[in-house]
Write a protein that binds this ligand. Structure first.
Ligand SMILES: Cc1ncc(COP(=O)(O)O)c(C=O)c1O
Length: 389
């Protein structure tokens, strides 16, 4: 298989991630649940895992890091437990994933909040004036929520500047770093981030089913999930807690090993490798006149993700052909982000095919995709000519 679907989930993972999952599952228990040495060892390892995430994102204290089942869980938790009042406002970008836009739309329906959308254009993907305009015009805005980079077209948003504006207008800033954690540096303090959602299974090379949430300690959120925490067990009611129930220790420890692996490799090294392959991919696709590439093509300002279509092919059908006949794994359709597809005018038209690069992607994977596309296009042209003839 030529694997080019790293934006969905990176594959393969570093060996240490697989071995940690196995060994911790066999040898450790989740902490605060038993008197055994295995449970105590689990507690110590959990503290180390929290510290690893804190180090990665410059989070001042590891107790501000909470483990979740993924970025979706982290985002829902933060958005749905925010203390909204009817009439409050929230701003989001026009390229959000469902994991941000759906909970916001739900809060609009159920809590009566208003949401405002900052439009996206290729020429001006970083339209700070639009954010400022909304914040100035609507003093009811209490949260700005944006992705760090689009999972469809890879465009990066200027989070530091957006966060500064949000704070200037007394809003909190939530960042969905699903597509950037491990690819671009994240610093919650320097980038003015109050709420940060991280997935374990993408560019932090952990397993699926785990992620993390950073919350600025000044935030007062409502309770989201109730249950056992292993502490305060004699009380009937509980205070706000993120980690409720028995935590998935093997997933968390494997995730932390992925994070440490990324830091040891170095985000700059990872990014340089991926950027070189991104350039190879863009240059090859640009030579195929039947291919349309969506979003801007400035490699320094995007993640290694390229959305494209091929004239005469439904993205879903082309995706199936490329896997079934050539073994190339991509993703077709709307990528859980119809807003982004609306922004690039592919909504209702089958979306795009997306190729996404990870640290384990090789030049051969890109070459395989480009030559398969050439072959498919040539065959299609010859079929067309034959039928015309
Ligand atoms: C931009 C973005 N946000 C959120 C998510 C959800 O992440 P998770 O799979 O960790 O729930 C994804 C996953 O595709 C994503 O690309």
């Amino acid at each position: 298989m030529f694997y080019l679907d790293n934006s969905a989930t990176t594959w393969p993972k570093p060996d240490i991630v697989y071995t940690t999952m196995d060994s911790s599952f066999r040898q450790m228990f989740s902490p605060k649940r038993g008197t055994s040495r295995a449970s105590r060892m689990g507690g110590a390892k959990l503290d180390e895992a929290r510290q690893a995430i804190a180090n990665l994102c410059h989070i001042p204290h590891p107790n501000q890091v909470f483990f979740t089942s993924g970025a979706t869980h982290a985002l829902n938790l933060a958005i749905q437990s925010f203390p909204w009042k009817a009439g409050d406002g929230v701003v989001m970008s026009a390229i959000e994933h469902h994991a941000v836009s759906r909970p916001i739309r739900k809060m609009a329906r159920e809590k009566g909040i208003q949401f405002y959308i900052v439009p996206y254009t290729d020429e001006l993907p970083f339209d700070l004036a639009a954010y400022e305009g909304l914040l100035k015009k609507h003093p009811n805005i209490r949260m700005v929520a944006t992705t760090h980079a689009s999972n469809v077209i890879g465009s990066i948003l200027p989070i530091e500047a957006i966060g500064r504006l949000a704070h200037q207008y007394d809003s909190v800033y939530l960042v969905d770093a699903a597509q950037t954690a491990g690819v671009f540096p994240i610093d919650v303090q320097a980038q003015n981030i109050d709420i940060l959602a991280l997935p374990g299974h993408k560019s932090l090379y952990g397993p699926p089913g785990v992620g993390a949430l950073y919350l600025n300690p000044s935030l007062q959120l409502n309770s989201f999930m109730e249950g056992g925490t292993g502490g305060d067990s004699g009380k009937h009611d509980m205070a706000f807690e993120v980690e409720v129930g028995t935590i998935p220790l093997p997933l968390i420890l494997a995730f932390a090993e992925g994070v440490k692996w990324v830091q040891e490799k170095g985000i700059e090294t990872i990014h340089a490798h991926e950027k070189a392959l991104l350039e190879q991919l863009l240059s090859g696709l640009n030579q195929l006149s039947e291919v349309t590439i969506y979003g801007h093509q400035r490699p320094d300002e995007k993640t290694p993700v390229v959305s494209f279509t091929v004239r005469g092919y439904e993205p879903e059908i082309l995706g199936a052909i490329l896997f079934d006949d050539y073994g190339i794994a991509l993703r077709s359709g709307y990528h859980c982000a119809p807003m982004a597809h609306e922004a690039i005018d592919t909504l209702g038209k089958g979306g795009t095919i997306r190729a996404s690069i990870g640290y384990f992607t090789k030049a051969e994977d890109i070459t395989a995709l480009l030559s398969a596309l050439k072959e498919v296009i040539t065959q299609n042209c010859s079929v067309d000519t034959a039928s015309v003839g």
